[in-house]
Write a protein that binds this ligand. Structure first.
Ligand code: ATP
Length: 237
């Protein structure tokens, strides 16, 4: 690793965390460099959502460190992390179905981004949403709802996007299109942690992939290097 590599947006070092006395993460190391997509894959119950919880300040770290853009943010609360540029799109789409597309984008404006800027950011990335700006968000297709969730997230000018099961319930062709748009987002330098249960298109779009099992990273590397680790995990090897 040379010094010419961009500094990471996020770094987890030896993170142990859980719920009360139940430890779920047993020493997790993970790096998300600027402008890249890191896929975090693993079976049901592996600890992926807990990892997102740690990074977004919802789940306390018992030992280990969380660093954002070179600053130690271990133990920081959700508000402080949001201000530091962490934006999470939770499992099951983060949007208000009874508000219009425009209102949804507007609801998310903070951190010094004006409504107009937010709309420009959202609609430049997702022109189809501009065409639907007066429609109730709940009437959008599943793929468009995820686009809206992404658009809202981008409107906060995040440094780090945490995407939890973005593909859930969507047809493969829609997932492929959505991931292409996710990949385009990294051009602005945003780091993305793409959490999914199944490898699918993650291997096509991610720069790096980490495979999590039982609260530990079992393997990490380039997507094409992960085939063996993944088949071992999913076939119970
Ligand atoms: P999934 O794909 O099903 O969301 P995951 O990899 O995201 O799985 P987690 O949701 O992080 O896994 O769960 C890891 C472990 O932590 C599981 O054993 C789960 O039962 C436990 N767990 C999750 N949330 C809580 C909680 N609020 N309280 C106690 N245990 C929890």
């Amino acid at each position: 690793m040379g010094s010419e590599l961009p500094s990471p947006v996020l770094e987890l070092t030896g993170v142990r965390a859980g719920y009360g006395r139940i430890q779920v993460l047993h020493g997790v190391d993970l790096i998300v460099p600027r402008g890249t997509i890191v896929g975090l894959l693993g079976p049901n119950g592996a600890g992926k959502s807990t990892t997102i919880g740690v990074i977004s300040g919802q789940v306390p770290t018992s030992t280990g460190a969380v660093t954002m853009l070179g600053h130690d943010v271990t133990g920081a609360g959700a508000d402080a992390l949001a201000r530091a540029g962490v934006c999470t799109i939770p499992e099951g789409r983060g949007m208000f179905p009874n508000l219009t597309v425009d209102e949804n984008v507007w609801m998310f404006t903070h951190r010094g981004v004006s409504t107009r800027e937010a709309r420009d950011i959202a609609y430049d990335h997702f022109p189809v949403l501009a065409e639907r700006r007066s429609m109730m968000a709940g009437r959008l297709s599943g793929g468009e709802q995820q686009m809206l969730a992404l658009a809202r997230a981008l409107a906060t000018r995040p440094s780090l996007l945490l995407l939890d099961e973005l593909s859930m319930g969507l047809a493969p062709i829609i997932v492929e299109q959505l991931y292409e748009q996710v990949a385009a987002v990294t051009a602005g330098g945003v780091g993305i942690l793409l959490v999914e249960q199944f490898a699918g298109h993650v291997l096509d779009v991610a720069d790096q992939v980490a495979v999590m099992v039982n609260g530990r990273i079992r393997a990490a590397g380039r997507p094409h290097e992960m085939a063996e680790a993944l088949s071992g995990v999913y076939l119970g090897g």
